[in-house]
Design a protein around this ligand. Structure first.
Ligand SMILES: [Cu+2]
Length: 363
């Protein structure tokens, strides 16, 4: 195979291989079979490596055909990212209002996206997606950004704020040079699910390299208790041809297929779903055997839709609420089948006897 000419589209044209792989995954739960076939370690042009045979199959590692991803070496585990909300540090201002503060540090970071498929990423706080920042409606928010990368970056927040609080060319602190810092301060509004990302040029590259994260603003009165999951849909252009070779939720292809997401039967599950994908106009989320209530951008108290599939354009996000009345394994995936075959698919494992984290399901 001519590696230099290997692109996602040419890989996907290998229908017999992919077709067999797809069947293998569904029939035998062999996660990553297609990705291993379609995106060998050499796919991204020379910086890949092959993990030594016989590497420990310790729990916490996503195993794929031909190897496994070392989450510890990556510095983050997609299963931890799923339920990790960063509420920062708070103190009372003289006015009595809450000031909520975070520090985000950008860095250059090699990430193993699938066994042997390494990618020279950029990250906030050593993980992709960056920390899920969580504030409450009406609080004052202050984010100190330290650029620890060798490249200029920013943080641009979605939400309502003054021009000076923006992080982009020609506004506010502008682009932050390596070694420099900037402070973004604004009110947390409106409530909903937002995102933040780098806005340096070239924009698509700065986002595609991994500089983004979810930003949750809870309504003043809160939301019903639920088992809350953050799913940032993303992808990676491992051979720099402005098309993605790996697709995922929270960066690691097939991670939730290899190790399903455990949820409790009859408990409310709330998914904060964000589309941070570059180079593809649309992404989508589909769950088997269930419907969910969908709140676009999370800004309304009543759902806009009751469905089993939702699509999001680049930068769109929304909240999905559902419950699982039956135990067993239920797949979820992008309904763009090629995305699913290149990593964006996983399983919910619905169980009895899990420690309750949420109230009884109300949807
Ligand atoms: Cu950047």
């Amino acid at each position: 195979m001519n590696v230099a000419r290997l692109t996602r589209r040419s890989v996907l044209a290998g229908v017999p291989i992919l077709g067999a792989g797809a069947l293998a995954v569904r029939a035998s739960a062999t996660p990553g079979a297609q990705l291993a076939a379609a995106a060998p370690p050499t796919v991204h042009g020379g910086v890949g490596h092959t993990r030594a045979a016989g590497h420990s199959a310790a729990s916490g590692h996503a195993r794929f055909r031909g190897g496994e991803v070392d989450h510890a070496a990556n510095g983050f585990d997609p299963h931890a990212v799923l339920r990790d909300f960063d509420r920062g540090a708070t103190r009372r201002l003289p006015s009595g209002r809450v000031l909520r503060e975070w520090t985000l540090v950008s860095g250059d970071q090699d990430v193993e996206l699938a066994p042997g498929v390494r990618f020279p990423a950029w990250s906030y706080n050593g993980r992709i997606p960056g920390p899920t920042l969580r504030a409450r409606e009406g609080e004052r928010v202050r984010v100190t950004f330290v650029n620890g990368s060798d490249h200029p970056h920013t943080i641009h927040f979605h939400g309502l704020h003054a021009a000076v609080a923006d992080g982009t060319h020609g506004a506010g602190a502008g682009v932050v040079a390596p070694g420099r810092r900037a402070v973004y301060e604004f009110d947390a509004e409106p409530f909903g699910l937002h995102l933040y990302h780098c806005h340096a040029r070239p924009l698509a590259e700065h986002i595609a390299k991994g500089l983004y994260g979810a930003f949750v603003i809870d309504p003043r009165e809160g939301r019903p208790d639920a088992d809350e999951l953050v799913m940032v849909m993303n992808g990676f252009d491992t051979n720099f041809d402005r098309a993605n070779e790996v697709y995922a939720v929270n960066s690691i292809g097939f991670a939730y297929l290899e190790r399903p997401i455990e949820v409790a039967r009859d408990e409310l599950v709330r998914i904060y779903l964000v589309n941070a994908l570059e180079y593809d106009l649309l992404n989508s989320f589909h769950v088997h055997g269930h419907f969910f209530h969908y709140f676009p951008t999370g800004t309304a108290r009543e759902p806009a839709e009751y469905t089993d599939t939702v699509m999001q354009c680049q930068g769109q996000r929304g909240i999905a609420e559902l419950c699982f009345p039956r135990t067993g394994r239920f797949m979820f995936h992008a309904h763009q089948s090629e995305f699913a075959e290149l990593g964006w698919q996983g399983l919910f494992e619905v169980r009895d006897g899990l420690a309750g984290v949420a109230g009884l399901c109300r949807v």
